[in-house]
Design a protein. Structure first.
Length: 548
């Protein structure tokens, strides 16, 4: 095997060569490294036509509706979004594998079918969909950020890719992740670091950070991410997107490359990252209509239940301002108060509900993730001689000398999870006595991390992403606001509730450290409540819009 640096250079050169010459940014238009905000570059540079801008600014739901009416051709949509994705790659490094030629060929086939038959082949007809690098596209690498996994093209598509294609979707690109998938920032030795288009000094999160970067830049209408500890929720919150971390079995994970293969105590789940709740509904309902349980034995045989989207007129939300040990930093606290005000103004109820179970959840899930003492991460980096990222090395690298768990210790930890599930459900159900609706809380609103998008290599000293995957709770992410340099300062009279709370506030520092960062929250429901969460995201969106 060649030195790992040579393999990385070769992969990056291959990627660059797949960007057509006509979509490469001319040197006189290329922003300098000092220009941090490139989000609106497509609109202001003159590099795009008005039609290309109009097409790429649409939501996924709008695109498929226009194609179905004959107002847009799939080939024009693919051409516009591939151009914008090419520019995104050149400005923020969010792409791994490119499939433009195959996408255009498929778009032309779909257009020919529509012209001949006068109808679409399915609800996603002509919609380009991007995929996190974990998903297999036949003929392309799925390196998952490992040098040793590069140059080994997939022999078949992931089942989810096949099902979405059957519904009319068009794969065209894959996006960047952190090596091992277990970091809050998308950086690896194969493809490098993804940057936030609104401030290139900031991260877009991980591990689905390439997806969040591409979708927020409008280089994708809808991307598919995965989440085992926050990997859909955190990136969506950092980039102003809607996202869904479904319960295990609602979205096929078959034939998806992954770390922790065989570790089933806490499951990674795939889900959509997009620009509206309607796009989540489009993705989930289109997938369910393909009956994935006939292809994937772990897919749950549940259709998209439209009746579960019908919500009571008055909802009651739990309001999780921290976990009892750490409180949100100023931008997240302000987002929470904005959401609370909007919901109350619309006639809904909000009650305090501190998810104190999170503290134990972090202990349990960390033991699950580290049960092998880092053997897998060490094996897959040793195979090429590449180094682990310093954060991963300190956690599970050779120098960490992490002790693997015994079988008995693993069993005990899994039983502890089961006990926590019961305690969580019982406390949730007990809120029926105080909601005023005759029901328990409909959802729990809280931040996914105590801080907004952070600077590169900052690490995650504390986050609130463990409960949803550990307890398999359906969770949706939604945008609220952006960091305000005047409003989001730490009050002079602020007092920490713990040493860790002080550490997190010091870590946040001041709003200038997070300039232009978007701020989102999550709504957590019970297991397998994907329809309800999607409907609640619609409700929250409308309530927030009414306040602006």
């Amino acid at each position: 095997m060649a030195p790992w640096e040579d393999i990385a250079a070769e992969k990056q050169e291959q990627r660059a060569d797949k960007i057509p010459e006509r979509w490469r940014i001319p040197s006189d238009l290329m922003p300098s490294e000092e220009v941090l905000d490139v989000q609106d570059w497509p609109k202001t540079s003159g590099f795009f036509t008005a039609e290309e801008i109009a097409i790429t600014e649409l939501t996924a739901s709008e695109v498929v509706a226009k194609i179905a009416k004959g107002d847009l051709k799939a080939a024009d949509v693919v051409d516009a979004v591939c151009k914008r994705a090419s520019v995104a790659q050149q400005l923020i490094n969010c792409v791994t594998e490119i499939f433009f030629e195959g996408a255009m060929a498929r778009a032309k086939e779909l257009d020919a079918y529509f012209e001949k038959e006068g109808k679409t082949i399915g609800p996603l007809h002509g919609l380009p969909i991007s995929f996190k690098d974990q998903f297999n596209l036949k003929g392309l690498d799925t390196s998952v950020g490992y040098i040793s996994w590069a140059n080994k093209p997939a022999s078949e598509d992931s089942t989810l890719v096949t099902l979405l294609c059957n519904a009319g979707a068009i794969p065209y690109i894959k996006t960047n992740i952190p090596a091992t998938l277990m970091m809050g920032e998308s950086v690896n030795n194969v493809f490098g670091r993804t940057k936030n288009p609104r401030n290139r000094n900031l991260t877009t999160g991980g591990s689905s950070g390439g997806e969040s970067a591409l979708v927020t830049f409008r280089g994708s209408y809808m991307g598919v991410g995965t989440d085992i500890g926050g990997s859909i929720r955190h990136p969506c919150s950092f980039t102003g997107l809607y996202g869904l971390r479904p319960s295990h079995g609602r979205v096929s994970y078959q034939r998806v490359a992954n770390t922790y293969l065989g570790q089933e105590a806490v499951r990674s789940c795939a889900g959509p990252m997009c620009r509206s709740p309607s796009d989540i509904r489009l993705f989930m309902s289109s997938l369910a209509a393909q009956k994935p349980w006939l292809y994937d034995p772990q897919a749950i045989p549940i259709t998209w239940r439209e009746d579960e989207e019908i919500l009571p007129k008055k909802l009651c939300f739990g309001f999780g301002m921290g976990d009892g040990v750490v409180t949100p930093t100023p931008p997240l606290r302000r987002a929470m108060e904005m959401t609370k005000k909007a919901l109350l103004a619309a006639g809904h109820e909000v009650i305090d509900y501190i998810p104190k179970e999170h503290i134990e959840a972090v202990e349990i899930i960390t033991k699950m993730w580290s049960a092998d003492g880092g053997e897998e991460f060490q094996r897959d980096t040793d195979a090429s001689g590449e180094p682990l990222h310093p954060q991963l090395e300190a956690w599970l690298g050779h120098s960490a000398k992490a002790k693997p768990s015994s079988v008995f210790e693993t069993w005990q930890n899994q039983h502890r999870r089961t006990t926590l599930q019961t305690a969580w459900l019982e406390r949730w159900q007990a809120t029926q006595a105080i909601t005023g609706t005759g029901r328990p809380i409909d959802g729990l609103i809280m931040p996914s991390t105590p801080f907004p998008a952070i600077r590169h290599d900052g690490g995650y000293p504390h986050h609130w992403g463990s409960l949803s995957p550990l307890l398999d709770l359906t969770t949706g992410a939604f945008p609220v606001t952006k960091v305000d340099l005047e409003k989001d300062i730490v009050p002079v009279d602020w007092k920490p509730i713990s040493d860790l709370d002080q550490k997190i506030t010091d870590y946040y520092g001041k709003p200038e450290n997070h300039e232009n960062a978007l701020v989102g929250l999550v709504v957590i429901a019970r297991r397998l409540e994907e329809e309800k969460v999607t409907a609640m995201l619609d409700t929250i969106k409308d309530c927030l819009a009414a306040q602006n």
